[in-house]
Design a protein around this ligand. Structure first.
Ligand code: FPP
Length: 277
């Protein structure tokens, strides 16, 4: 059991139910009071995982679904309020073979059908961001069904980014701002600030992510949550997505807790020096 002193109060970290031994070991190194409130993950490396095993790319995507299950369970067990997963980008549609896109659609529909009991067990509420109306009808139906089924859960919000592009999200937000103004007395009184734009993003119900994780070692944001990640800590791991498990998530959180978040300001020592000089 980890014991730490915070302003004279002794905190004892207990391990949340359901963590395995390795996860518990890392969890005990964390400060439970400073867990990220929102984690976003760019799941990458399914194709490379499959190639290393001389398997077709789709086998990597299938294995990636298992990682989704582990990561969702681990995040909800340790009490992360929001988890957002970049499942399909808008670019994926345009640049991947039709057969792979069709496979991904069927995989997503199957995931939604199979996963609802596990989401319930973990009290997870499911939602989506992206240009959802462009997805095939059979996927949209399953999405709506799974969303409604989990809508009364009160724990972690799991958001799947599907047919998502951050630039398209901004374009949609600007259209939405103008439409709202036109319906509210005309655009000549329109005032735009950061708060206005945030309110018109797909993520308007979510806090901005504190931590963004990218698997498979690539150092890019790939058009993911560009507005919302302005102050997020970035953690890149060489682990390929199909090998990513709860321990890797906890390692990312441990690294996050070593970072000093300054939001463009100074740290405490610098501020104190500044006051003296
Ligand atoms: C990136 O790997 C992954 C994707 C484009 C799809 C992500 C999908 C899953 C993890 C499975 C389905 C998810 C849900 C929520 C059901 P890549 O193919 O770009 O890998 P590579 O860069 O190694 O080729």
């Amino acid at each position: 059991m980890l014991v730490s002193e915070t302003e004279g109060i002794t905190l004892q970290a207990t391990v949340p139910a359901g963590l395995d031994r390795k996860e518990a070991e890392i969890y005990l190194r964390l400060d439970p009071a400073r867990l990220p409130k929102h984690i976003a993950i760019i799941m990458d490396g399914n194709g490379r995982w499959a190639r290393k095993r001389h398997l077709p790319r789709v086998a990597g995507h299938r294995a990636g679904v298992t990682s989704v299950r582990y990561v969702v369970e681990c995040a909800s067990r340790i009490g992360i309020p929001s988890l957002t997963l970049y499942a399909f980008s808008e670019e994926n549609w345009k640049r991947r073979p039709k057969t792979e896109v069709e496979f991904l659609m069927k995989l997503l529909a199957r995931y939604l059908k199979q996963e609802v009991p596990t989401l319930h067990k973990n009290n997870v509420r499911l939602q989506y961001i992206g240009r959802l109306h462009e997805l095939p009808a059979f996927v949209q139906e399953k999405m709506e069904w799974a969303r409604q089924e989990t809508s009364r859960n009160t724990g972690m919000i799991l958001t799947l980014a599907l047919n998502y592009s951050a630039r398209s999200e901004l374009v949609d937000a600007f259209h939405s701002v103008i439409r709202a103004a036109a319906n509210n007395g005309g655009i000549e009184h329109l005032q735009i600030d950061e708060e206005t734009i945030s309110r018109h993003l797909y993520t308007r119900h979510l806090a901005d992510p504190d931590l963004v994780i990218r698997t498979s070692g690539e150092m890019r944001l790939s058009n993911f949550l560009l507005w919302q990640l302005a102050y997020a800590e970035i953690y890149v791991t060489p682990t390929l997505w199909p090998e990513f498990r709860g321990v890797h998530l906890l390692e990312g959180i441990a690294e996050y807790q070593t970072r000093e978040r300054r939001y463009g300001g100074l740290n405490e020592a610098q501020s104190a020096r500044g006051l003296r000089s």
